[in-house]
Unconditional design. Sequence first.
Length: 99
Amino acid sequence: MTEEVKKETAAEAPATEAPAAQAAPTAQAVPNPAEGNAAPPDLNVSDLNAVRSIIEIATTRGAFKANELEAVGKTFNKLTAFLDHVTKTQQENKGQNNG
């Protein structure tokens, strides 16, 4: 084959897609409460606890690359500190309301 034919054949070949596990997540628009009757996003402490559990499971199963672990760990620690603070504050408020 000539070089020109090889280039045409390569150009006609369909591009391979990245595996689903490595594909970048698609961004979804977050509803803006100022626009029409859209309700604000509902995110609560139990959702954040679920995220923390998801991070723990994904880490245990080796879902993160070695160079990503520092960022994952820092985010996990920050989320854990926030949830601990919220839990402590809720318990203090509950104790004050009962006492």
